[in-house]
Design a protein around this ligand. Structure first.
Ligand SMILES: [Fe+2]
Length: 313
């Protein structure tokens, strides 16, 4: 899109969201033996509690990073505050949701930068969801300042290997370059390969695009998108997903791959699904925007299978 084009709320990527893969070629600021990355918690406190419980069982130096969109459905004060307090105990980066809560970009809407395959009604509903969530954030003392202070990405190190933790892709907070759709195309794979070289990393861990994918690139690197920590990711399932990068495999990993000395895995977050459905409905009853966009997925999972997420090099 030319720089002079007006922003289309929910469709455009604000210039403030862009950092470029070169910005990721910086020293690591986080070092751990076990690195957990959970994007897309989407305001689900039950997923937060289960995730923290599973993470706490790790032995050795471990870090948990919430790489954005930890708020979304939590328009009631209590779950919003629980997630604010909980995330503050760990490392975090901003997603487009937190960025729009902290420092709204004129005309960005939800900041999702939705591609063409997401229809206009979904985009309009997302813009209205973020407007309502802004009211919740304004009532939470200090939330805007805390969220504004979060970085857009983190460079971590596990076993001497560099890992870029981003929300969208190698270039932008809300980029769709690491979506399962883009990574299924030749240009998408070529762009990803170039990003490994530019950023000098072995693993990109992303989220944002809502569906998980684990794509290897021979011995160059791995892109792992955890989909959503706070919503089902596969048809007929009721658990979220987190990414774990470690020198040792996890007993509960659903699937994974190896790159150099690293195990890169998807870990199921088996939260209390009935309790979450009830909490969601209390905030977003039938007829509401989030109900129209997400209830089917929360109840039945998306039309997507695990066989589509795990991709060979
Ligand atoms: Fe996002």
């Amino acid at each position: 899109m030319p720089a002079t084009s007006p922003l289309i709320p929910g469709r455009s990527c604000p210039v403030e969201y862009r950092y470029g893969a070169r910005a990721l070629a910086t020293p690591a600021t986080l070092c751990a033996g076990n690195l957990w990355i959970a994007g897309g918690l989407y305001g689900n406190p039950f997923a937060f509690r289960r995730l923290e419980e599973m993470f706490s069982a790790e032995r050795g130096e471990s870090a948990l990073v919430f790489n954005g969109d930890f708020h979304w459905f939590d328009v009631a004060d209590e779950p919003f505050d629980e997630i604010e307090r909980g995330v503050a105990r760990h490392a975090a980066t901003r997603g487009n949701v937190e960025t729009e809560l902290a420092q709204p970009q004129a005309g960005a809407g939800c900041g999702c930068a939705y591609p063409d395959w997401v229809d206009d009604e979904d985009v309009a509903r997302s813009n209205r969801i973020v407007e309502r969530l802004k009211g919740t954030a304004r009532r939470a003392p200090g939330a805007a300042a805390r969220l504004a202070a979060l970085p857009m990405y983190r460079i971590a190190e596990v076993g001497g290997q560099r890992i870029a933790v981003v929300h969208g892709d190698a270039d932008s907070l809300a980029g769709w370059g690491f979506s399962q759709e883009a990574l299924a195309t030749r240009p998408g794979q070529e762009a990803a390969l170039a990003a490994f070289r530019t950023a000098g990393v072995r693993v990109f861990a992303s989220s944002h695009t809502c569906l998980p994918v684990l794509q290897g690139f021979d011995d160059v690197g791995v892109i792992v998108n955890n989909g959503a920590a706070g919503m089902p990711n596969f048809a007929g399932t009721q658990y979220g997903l987190a990414t774990r990068v470690s020198l040792a495999p996890h007993a509960k990993a659903l699937y994974g791959t190896r790159i150099g000395p690293l195990h890169v895995e998807a870990i199921p977050i088996d939260y209390d699904a009935p309790a979450w459905r009830a909490a969601f409905l209390a905030q977003w009853p039938e007829g509401s925007d989030a109900h129209a966009s997400y209830w089917r997925r929360i109840k039945f999972g998306p039309r997507y299978g695990m066989d589509l997420a795990l991709r060979a090099a």
